[in-house]
Design a protein around this ligand. Structure first.
Ligand SMILES: [Zn+2]
Ligand SMILES: [Zn+2]
Length: 114
């Protein structure tokens, strides 16, 4: 009896996102990657032409490497994008959110909001 080999592609369907999960190319397919016999453990990836070829050729090590690299890059970019701009309060020099400066001036220094 031959045993199933994992990972392998479960299903391929139309891409649901604009970009590949593994690089910045447009996604062409969504693939469910079966990592073991438990369907709850499937990985879902949106892949471009090149990464689809990689998946079909079972080059999982490369695919997962690209996937991790790209996801990490996006997380970093997201964190940079969500950093709130801060300014120094002119009165007490504390770092406060730029959008919260007026509130801080009122609450900490009794300056009425304009
Ligand atoms: Zn790709
Ligand atoms: Zn202050």
């Amino acid at each position: 009896m031959s045993r199933d080999r994992y990972p392998r592609i479960g299903t391929e369907m139309k891409a649901q996102t604009k970009f590949c999960s593994c690089c910045d190319q447009p996604a062409v397919k969504r693939i469910d990657v079966q990592t073991d016999w438990m369907r709850g453990n499937d990985d879902v990836m949106q892949v471009c032409d090149a990464h689809l070829v990689m998946a079909r050729a079972s080059q999982w090590r490369r695919l997962y490497h690209d996937h991790e690299t790209e996801q990490r890059k996006r997380r970093d970019e997201h964190e940079v994008a969500t950093l709130v701009p801060r300014v120094n309060c002119p009165t007490c020099s504390r770092r406060v959110k730029e959008t919260g400066l007026a509130d801080h001036m009122r609450d900490s220094h009794g300056v009425p909001k304009q």
